[in-house]
Design a protein around this ligand. Structure first.
Ligand SMILES: [Zn+2]
Length: 428
C-alpha cells in the first residue's frame, strides 16, 4: 500500500476477511489437491514491504507485535485470495475484430473468415500499420482492466507482427510496459502464430518463413532478452507438428522454455510433442484423446484450458477438464485474451465458464487460475498462493463465500487488487 507521499508503507494488516484462500502447500496441484484452498475463516494477512509476513486467523495475526503497529485495512467480511495469474494472453493488438463477430454469428466459420483475409492475418495487417504509442495505450488500458478483475500477473505473446521489425516491436513494447505499470507481464515469443500473407503466395512460403523466424527473429529476441518462452500455434491452417518441433527445439537451445497451442481446431499430436519437449504448458486441448490425457498426467507440463474461446466462438466442444483432473494432469485456466476468439480480460468469467461448462468445482477453478497458472509461468515459488515470504499479490472480492466468485457471471465483484503490497485497483 502507498502512503500519500508514494512510499510503500512498511506494514499493512489486511483484516476482517470472511475467508482467506491461502492455497498453501506445494504447487502445482493435481487431482484431489486442486480442491484444497487452505481456507482461513475470519482471516487476516500481514504485509511487510510488499511481501506476506503472516497469514492466519484474525486472532493469530492481530496479536503479533508488527500487526499492532501496522496500518489497518478492514475488508469488511469480504473474501481474500491470491491475485489471478493469467498464463495465456495475446495482449498487444491494434484493434477489435467486431466485424468478424457478426459474420460468425451469421454462420461463417473461423476458417472461412481466415481464408478471406480475416482472422489472425487481419490483426497482423492492423498491427503492422499501427504506431507504437497507440498499441501501448491500448495495452495499458487492458492491463488496468485485468487488474480490476483481480489479475496481478499476465503472460503476453507476440504473434500479430510476423515480420522481424513488428515482432520485436511488440516484445519491446511489453518490456516498456513492464517498467511503467504494475501488473506483471511475462513475455512469450509467438512468431509461429500463422504464416504471414506475403509468404503464403510463395510455393515454399512456410519453409522460407520458418527460416526467417529461426535465423533472424529468434536470435534477436534472445539477444535482446525480450522473451522467456517460445510458443507455436500447431494446428490446421497454422504450423505442423514437425514444424513446431523444429521451432521449439531451436528456441529451447537458445534458452527459451517452450509452450504450445495444442489440439484446438484439430488433433495434431501437439500435446505429446509439448510433453516430449518438456513444455511449460499445452494450451487449448479441446481435441485431446485418451493417450494425450495420459501423457499430460504423467508429465510436469501444464494443461491450460481456455473456455472463453469456446464460449465466444459458440462451440460446444469444451476441453475435457474432468478427465484431465481425474487422470492427474496439472490443470490451469486462462483468458486467452485476444481480439479474434476471446475478447475478455475477466478471470472471474473464465471461472464461471469452467464451472458450468467444464464441470470444475469453484475450488478447482480457483486453484487452476492461481497456483497452477503461476507454475505454468515458472513463478510458483513467488506468486500464486498467500504464504509467508511470498509476494503480496492478492485480490479481494465483494462476496462472503468463495463460491460466489464464479457463481456471479459477467458481474464485477472484485473490490480491490494488490500487487507486491501496492493497491493497483480499488472499487469506488
Ligand atoms: Zn492463444
Amino acid at each position: 500500500m502507498r502512503c500519500d507521499n508514494g512510499a510503500l508503507t512498511e506494514n499493512l494488516l489486511i483484516t476482517g476477511a470472511s475467508q482467506v484462500l491461502t492455497l498453501r502447500g506445494r504447487g502445482p496441484r493435481r487431482g484431489n489437491s486442486l480442491s484444497k484452498l487452505g481456507i482461513v475463516k475470519d482471516g487476516a494477512v500481514l504485509v511487510r514491504e510488499g511481501r506476506i509476513a503472516a497469514v492466519g486467523t484474525r486472532a493469530q495475526v492481530e496479536t503479533r507485535k508488527e500487526a499492532k503497529r501496522a496500518e489497518k485495512l478492514d475488508v469488511g467480511g469480504r473474501v481474500v485470495l491470491p491475485g489471478f495469474v493469467d498464463s495465456h494472453t495475446h495482449l498487444i493488438h491494434a484493434a477489435t475484430r467486431a466485424e468478424e463477430y457478426e459474420l460468425k454469428i451469421q454462420g461463417a466459420s473461423y476458417e472461412e473468415i481466415a481464408r478471406k483475409g480475416g482472422g489472425i492475418l487481419n490483426s497482423v495487417k492492423k498491427l503492422r500499420a499501427a504506431n507504437a504509442e497507440a498499441l501501448k495505450g491500448r495495452a495499458r488500458a487492458a492491463l488496468e482492466e485485468f487488474a480490476s478483475y483481480g489479475t496481478t500477473t499476465v503472460e503476453a505473446k507476440s504473434g500479430y507482427g510476423l515480420d522481424v521489425a513488428s515482432e520485436l516491436k511488440i516484445l519491446s513494447l511489453q518490456r516498456e510496459l513492464k517498467s511503467e505499470q504494475r501488473v506483471e507481464i511475462v513475455s512469450t515469443f509467438l512468431g509461429a502464430h500463422v504464416v504471414p500473407a506475403e509468404f503464403r503466395r510463395m510455393v515454399d512460403g512456410p519453409e522460407r518463413y520458418i527460416t526467417l523466424l529461426l535465423e533472424q527473429m529468434l536470435p534477436e529476441v534472445v539477444n535482446e532478452g525480450l522473451a522467456e518462452f517460445c510458443d507455436v500455434f500447431c494446428d490446421r491452417g497454422a504450423f505442423t507438428r514437425a514444424e513446431a518441433r523444429r521451432i521449439l527445439s531451436e528456441a529451447k537451445e537458445h534458452g527459451l522454455t517452450p509452450r504450445i497451442h495444442a489440439e484446438q481446431l484439430s488433433r495434431t499430436g501437439a500435446t505429446q510433442l509439448g510433453v516430449q519437449l518438456e513444455a511449460a504448458s499445452c494450451d487449448h486441448l479441446e481435441q485431446v484423446n485418451a493417450s494425450d490425457i495420459q501423457a499430460l498426467a504423467r508429465s510436469r507440463t501444464v494443461a491450460t484450458l481456455l473456455p472463453g474461446c469456446d464460449f465466444y466462438l459458440g462451440w460446444k466442444n469444451y476441453a475435457p477438464a474432468r478427465k484431465l483432473i481425474e487422470a492427474g494432469a496439472i490443470v490451469a485456466l486462462a483468458t486467452d485474451y485476444n481480439p479474434g476468439t476471446s475478447p475478455t480480460v475477466s478471470m472471474p468469467m473464465v471461472l464461471s465458464l469452467a464451472c458450468t461448462q467444464l464441470r470444475m468445482t469453484p475450488a478447482e477453478a480457483i486453484t487452476a487460475a492461481t497456483i497452477n497458472t503461476a507454475y505454468a509461468l515458472k513463478r510458483e515459488k513467488r506468486i500464486g498462493s498467500l504464504e509467508k515470504g511470498k509476494q503480496a499479490d492478492l485480490a479481494v472480492f465483494e462476496v462472503e463465500d468463495y463460491r460466489e466468485i464464479p457463481y456471479y457471471f459477467g458481474m464485477q465483484r472484485c473490490w480491490m487488487t494488490m500487487k507486491s503490497g501496492e493497491i493497483i485497483y480499488m472499487r469506488d
